[in-house]
Design a protein. Structure first.
Length: 632
C-alpha cells in the first residue's frame, strides 16, 4: 500500500517492470522575461515550471522508467524501476496531462510538444536515489523574437487556477492548446490559440487569447472577429464583448493567481528593454482613461468587468482601497463578486443570442433577482458611460406621451434608448422615444440625431432610426443620414401646418441600447402673415349718393402674398391685391356688409381670416339739399 500511494503521488512505475526501485528528484525552472508598465525591464528571472509532465528516461534506449509532474515550486519526485547501472535523463514536457489539474499543452506549428531535458547522469546505480538538481530551461529564439514555451504553459496554468480554484470553483474543460510561433498574429478558435512569434513573452496577450478559449468553452461568444483595437468605441458590440472579456480574464489572472498588477501589455520581443507597443492598466484604464467609453469599446468592457470583481485587497493600482462599491465584503445572494459574475457568464449569457455587454446587465438581474445590487452596478457601469437606465424624458414611449420641443440650433442632452420597467427599472429593450413640435407649412427643417456630444468615435453602440410624422399621419423615415449610424431627415420642406412628431428607436437586434442627442432646427422658418394696418374701408359708410368704397390692408411678410376678398353678404369686389373696390348691392334700409379677407404667402402659410364692415344707409341725405320744404 505504501508503494502504491507513493506511485500515485510522486510518479508512475512501468507495469510489471522488475528491478530496483529508486526515486529521482529535482527542480525544473524556466527563464522568464521581466516587464512592467514601462515595458521590458531588462531582468530575466527564473520561475518554477508548474504542473508539467516529467518523465525519467533510460538515455540508452529511450525507455521511460517513471513519470509524474512538477509541483507548484517546480520540484518533482518520481518513483522509478530499473536494474543495474543506467544512464538517466529527465524530460519535462509543456503539458499538464499527468497532473490532476486542467490539461494544458504548448506545441509548435507541426503540433509537436515542446520539451526540455536535464543533463545526462551516466552510469547511475539504480539501487540509489538520484537528485538531478535544478534544470533551467532558457529562452529560445524564432528569428529575433524571444520566447519560452514554459512561460506560455505557466500562463495557461495560472488562468485555470483562477477558473477552477476557490475564487470561481468551476470544473475543467476541454484541453486548451497553445501553438507557437505563429506568423500571422495571435488569435484563438475553439480550444486552440495561435500565439504570434512576437508574443511568446507577452503574458497579457497569451492570457487574453486563453480568455477567448475560456469564453468559448464555459459560455458563448458570438464575436464576428476582425480588426479591433483598444480605444475604438465604435466596434460591433459582439466583438467588443469578446475582446473585452478576454482582456478582463488576463487581468483577473494577473491580480489573482499571478499576484501582479493587472496590465495589458504587448511588447517587442526582440528587445531587452522597453519596447512598449501597447499598454493599459485595468484598474483605471490609463493611459486611455479619457477615451474608453460605451459598451462598443472593448477597453471599456474590460475595465468595467474588472471593476466588478476586484476589491480593496486586489494587487492593482489602488491597493488597500477600491475605486468602486464592490468590495471584499460584498455578497450577492451569498456569493462573492467572482462567483456571482461567473454564474451570469455561464448561465444567462451562455444562452443569449448575439451576446453583447447588454446581456451582462440583463443576465445579472436574471440570475440574481431585481435586488442584485442595482445601485452599485449602475454606478460602476456609468464610469465608462455604459448607461442602462431611463433618461429624464421617460416615459415618452408613445405618440400620446411625446415630449414637446422647440426648434433650435442647440442639441439636446444625452438620451438613452432604454426603457426599463419596475423598481428598479432593469429590462429596457425596444425603447421608443417620442417628441413633438408645431410646424408651419413652407418651413424648411432638419431633424437630426448624433452620438453624444458629437463624439467622432461613437462612445455608444446606438444605431438610431428616425421617423418624422405629419399631423395627417404621413411619415418620412431614415436610418443613416445623420452622424455615423444615426438617422436624420434633412432639408425637409414642411407640407402641412400642425403638430408634428418624431420618433427615435433602433431597428438593430444587436445594438439594442445606446445614447444619442437630437436636434430639430430651421433652415428656413416660415411665419404666418401679419396684419400691419387694416383691413379698412374708405369710406366705411355709404349714403344713397355713393355706390362703392375702397378696401385696403398692409401685410408684414417676407414672402409674396396673395389676397382673397370675399363678400359675405352680397355685393362685388373689383380688383385684387391689397387695395380693391367694394360695390354693395342696392338696399332700401340701413345694412351692414362684411367682406372677409384671407391672406396666404407663397410658401402656403395663412393668416387667420379677418373681416371689414361697410355700412350702407339709403335714406341718408345732405342738409344743404333738402328734398322738401317752403321758400320764403
Amino acid at each position: 500500500m505504501r508503494r502504491l500511494l507513493l506511485a500515485s503521488i510522486l510518479g508512475v512505475c512501468l507495469p510489471g517492470s522488475a528491478g530496483a526501485s529508486f526515486t529521482v528528484t529535482g527542480v525544473f525552472e524556466f527563464e522568464d522575461k521581466g516587464w512592467n508598465y514601462n515595458g521590458w525591464n531588462g531582468n530575466d528571472p527564473m520561475r518554477p515550471i508548474r504542473y508539467a509532465d516529467v518523465s525519467v528516461i533510460n538515455d540508452n534506449n529511450g525507455q521511460v522508467l517513471g513519470s509524474g509532474s512538477t509541483q507548484l515550486d517546480g520540484s518533482f519526485s518520481i518513483l522509478c524501476n530499473s536494474v543495474g547501472t543506467t544512464d538517466i535523463v529527465v524530460r519535462v514536457d509543456a503539458d499538464t496531462n499527468l497532473h490532476s489539474s486542467q490539461r494544458i499543452r504548448v506545441l509548435n506549428l507541426s503540433f509537436q510538444e515542446y520539451s526540455a531535458f536535464s543533463p545526462v547522469f551516466s552510469n547511475h546505480n539504480t539501487n540509489n536515489d538520484l537528485d538531478v538538481g535544478t534544470t533551467s530551461v532558457l529562452k529560445i529564439l524564432s528569428g529575433s523574437s524571444e520566447a519560452n514555451p514554459f512561460n506560455m504553459l505557466d500562463m495557461g496554468v495560472a488562468m485555470w487556477e483562477y477558473i477552477t480554484g476557490p475564487l470561481v470553483g468551476a470544473g475543467n474543460t476541454s484541453t486548451p492548446t497553445i501553438l507557437w510561433p505563429n506568423f500571422s498574429g495571435s488569435f484563438a478558435s475553439g480550444s486552440t490559440t495561435w500565439i504570434d512569434v512576437d508574443d511568446g513573452y507577452d503574458d497579457a496577450v497569451i492570457l487574453h487569447e486563453l480568455g477567448h478559449i475560456a469564453h468559448n468553452r464555459y459560455s458563448d461568444s458570438d464575436s464576428p472577429g476582425g480588426t479591433h483595437f483598444i480605444g475604438d468605441s465604435d466596434q460591433d458590440p459582439r466583438l467588443s464583448l469578446g475582446e473585452g472579456y478576454a482582456t478582463f480574464m488576463a487581468g483577473v489572472t494577473m491580480q489573482g493567481p499571478l499576484a501582479r498588477i493587472p496590465i495589458y501589455f504587448d511588447g517587442n520581443a526582440a528587445l531587452q528593454n522597453g519596447g512598449v507597443q501597447i499598454r493599459m492598466k485595468l484598474e483605471n484604464a490609463e493611459p486611455f482613461a479619457n477615451e474608453l467609453y460605451g459598451c462598443a469599446d472593448e477597453g471599456a468592457v474590460a475595465v468595467t468587468l474588472y471593476d466588478l470583481i476586484d476589491d480593496e485587497n486586489s494587487a492593482d493600482n489602488s491597493p488597500v482601497t477600491d475605486d468602486d462599491s464592490f468590495t471584499s465584503t460584498t455578497l450577492i445572494n451569498g456569493l462573492t463578486t467572482h462567483q456571482a459574475w461567473w454564474d451570469v457568464f455561464t448561465g444567462p449569457m451562455a444562452f443569449a443570442s448575439n451576446v453583447t455587454f447588454n446581456h451582462v446587465w440583463e443576465g445579472w438581474f436574471s440570475e440574481h433577482g431585481v435586488g442584485g445590487n442595482h445601485a452599485e452596478l449602475e454606478a460602476l457601469f456609468q464610469v465608462r458611460r455604459i448607461q442602462f437606465f431611463n433618461d429624464a424624458d421617460e416615459p415618452n414611449d408613445s405618440s400620446a406621451a411625446a415630449i414637446p420641443v422647440t426648434p433650435s440650433e442647440n442639441w439636446s442632452g444625452n438620451r438613452n434608448l432604454y426603457a426599463g420597467v419596475g423598481d428598479p427599472p432593469i429590462t429596457g429593450p425596444n425603447d421608443e422615444d417620442w417628441y413633438e413640435t408645431f410646424l408651419l407649412i413652407g418651413s424648411q427643417i432638419d431633424v437630426e440625431l448624433r452620438y453624444p456630444n458629437a463624439s467622432g468615435d461613437a462612445n455608444t453602440q446606438a444605431d438610431t432610426n428616425l421617423r418624422l410624422i405629419a399631423p395627417s399621419g404621413a411619415f418620412w423615415e431614415n436610418e443613416n443620414a445623420g452622424q455615423g449610424r444615426n438617422g436624420a431627415v434633412l432639408d425637409f420642406v414642411v407640407p402641412e401646418t400642425g403638430l408634428w412628431r418624431f420618433r427615435v428607436r433602433t431597428n438593430d437586434s444587436i445594438r439594442r441600447y445606446g445614447r444619442y442627442n437630437y436636434r430639430i432646427r430651421y433652415d428656413l422658418e416660415n411665419l404666418v402673415p401679419q396684419y400691419a394696418v387694416g383691413p379698412t374701408a374708405n369710406p366705411p359708410k355709404l349714403n344713397r349718393f355713393q355706390d362703392s368704397t375702397q378696401l385696403s390692408v398692409t401685410i408684414n411678410d417676407a414672402q409674396a402674398v396673395t389676397y382673397t376678398w370675399t363678400p359675405l353678404d352680397g355685393g362685388q369686389v373689383l380688383g385684387s391685391g391689397p387695395e380693391v373696390t367694394f360695390v354693395p348691392p342696392k338696399v332700401t334700409e340701413i345694412t351692414d356688409f362684411e367682406i372677409q379677407l384671407e391672406v396666404e404667402d407663397s410658401l402656403g402659410a395663412e393668416a387667420d381670416p379677418v373681416t371689414v364692415t361697410v355700412t350702407v344707409d339709403p335714406l341718408e341725405y345732405q342738409e344743404d339739399f333738402p328734398l322738401f320744404g317752403t321758400r320764403n
